[in-house]
Design a protein around this ligand. Structure first.
Ligand code: IMP
Ligand code: MG
Length: 182
């Protein structure tokens, strides 16, 4: 038998609240007086984007994209598919992409190439979490919540096989395999 459970808490509810408020203040300053379109990447970024935009002082519009990268396992397949595209064109708009986590960076680099080809006035990224793979790749992410080590995490929007998104904190996924019986 094998299974998964909630492991060590890496980022508490209070730490999330404090960091989201800091990011919102920074974004509000940077985009003051600009026509901002915030693009959330479904589904993982939903909690983050909802908390972030409610702390922002600048007006903004919201749109969403859904992409699939992992299926239900914990390893990147390298295959990125657009499951839901934006509702409106972004040409001439200041676009801020909100991601939950950048791991290998495959999903984000695909997404950024795709969005850049639509001629936005500017294109930046705000991710709640990064992992070392992304840092090696050198993807430019303007706003980062927390840098994590190379562990699979759950909670605050992040899932394992669609579960655990509703945890109010970020924890390590504890994957355990029971020793063979007999
Ligand atoms: P990347 O393409 O390897 O950068 O992976 C990005 C996507 O994989 C994220 O948007 C998540 O949906 C998923 N992902 C990567 N790492 C984790 C994790 O630790 N927990 C949950 N989902 C993850
Ligand atoms: Mg996922």
């Amino acid at each position: 038998m094998s299974g998964v459970k909630i492991g060590e808490v890496l980022v508490s509810k209070e730490q999330l609240e404090a960091r989201v408020a800091e990011l919102a203040a920074q974004i509000s300053m940077d985009y003051a007086g600009r026509d901002l379109l915030v693009v959330g990447v479904l589904k993982g970024a939903v909690f983050f984007i909802a908390d972030l935009v409610r702390q922002m002082k600048t007006p903004c519009e919201l749109d969403f994209m859904a992409v699939s990268s992992y299926g239900s396992t914990t390893h990147s397949s390298g295959v990125v598919r657009i499951l839901k595209d934006l509702d409106s064109p972004i040409a001439g708009r200041h676009v801020l992409v909100i991601e939950d986590v950048i791991d290998s960076g495959l999903t984000l680099s695909y997404l950024l190439r795709n969005l850049a080809s639509r001629d936005p006035a500017s294109l930046e990224v705000c991710t709640l979490l990064t992992k070392p793979g992304h840092r090696r790749r050198g993807l430019v992410t303007r706003y980062v919540g927390f840098d994590l080590e190379d562990v699979f995490v759950i909670g605050y929007g992040l899932d394992h096989a669609e579960r655990f998104r509703n945890l109010p904190y970020i924890a390590v996924l504890d994957e355990h395999t029971d020793p063979p019986q007999g």
